[in-house]
Design a protein. Structure first.
Length: 258
């Protein structure tokens, strides 16, 4: 895995990259992308996997121009252009899924496919999301997992001072982007019909952050989208059900035609 700071739109971004094959851009959720994780390594066996930390998060700069998720969508369209990437398989988790959807409604010219995993970004009337801004640190960990043994293990980990600072930075950035309205853009749903690349929607059946009912809602709004639900899984299937999550994405991309 190669890691570097690269500047796009006057913003230095920490970027991790590994693998060979068709380009796959992975957009992380609210917890950031502080490390090269097993699911990334698995994807890198088949793809050229590119994992940036969003502006405002972790090791990346917080630029003056960052006000909303739409800004990140335009930013990543510029990144794809500056990196000269075409035929990109765009994968986003949670907040990253929201950003990915906002990218795709603006332009799919450089995209080959789209995967939204437990994506934020829309509101389903009568179906409340978990309020990540009100949960205690322990609740935040427990509520992203179905398997509480994994939550127990995560809670036992001690964060270094640098990791604590990065976590605080990520929380502030997430609040800036998603505090009001909570975790969605009221204008996104009406434009999801513009997405014209093959789209896979993945959801855990025990997602306490963004309930499973949001999966069918996305699928209804995106033409031809496919919904697949992973059983016995919470909000982070890439961590909790890695084999199934990677397998479904790989099979989908192979079907699309890498």
């Amino acid at each position: 895995m190669q890691e570097a700071l690269q500047t796009f739109d006057r913003c230095r971004v920490r970027l991790m990259r590994a693998g060979k094959g068709p380009p796959l851009l992975y957009l992380h959720g609210a917890r950031g992308a502080s490390a090269w994780l097993p699911f990334m390594e698995r994807l890198a066996q088949r793809f050229d996997v590119i994992v940036p930390e969003h502006p405002g998060f972790g090791g990346s700069d917080t630029p003056d121009w960052l006000d909303n998720v739409g800004d990140l969508a335009y930013f990543y369209l510029d990144v794809l252009g500056e990196l000269g990437l075409d035929g990109v398989h765009l994968v986003g988790s949670s907040l990253g899924g929201w950003i990915a959807a906002e990218i795709a409604v603006r332009s799919s010219a450089r995209l080959k496919s789209l995967v939204l995993s437990a994506a934020a970004g829309i509101h389903v009337k009568g179906v409340s999301k978990g309020d990540i801004f009100l949960w205690s640190p322990e609740q935040s960990v427990r509520n992203v997992f179905h398997d509480q043994k994994l939550a127990d293990a995560a809670l036992k980990q001690t964060l270094s001072e640098a990791e604590q600072m990065a976590d605080m930075k990520n929380r502030l950035a997430t609040a800036k982007l998603a505090w009001q309205p909570r975790l969605y853009n009221p204008h996104l749903a009406k434009w999801l019909h513009r997405i014209d690349v093959p789209t896979l929607i993945l959801w855990g059946d025990d997602d306490k952050v963004i309930p499973p009912a949001y999966g069918p809602a996305f699928a209804k709004l995106i033409p031809g989208a496919r919904l697949e639900v992973i059983g016995g899984c919470g909000h982070v299937p890439q961590l909790e059900c890695t084999d199934q999550w990677v397998g479904k994405i790989t099979a989908f991309i192979e079907e699309v035609g890498a």
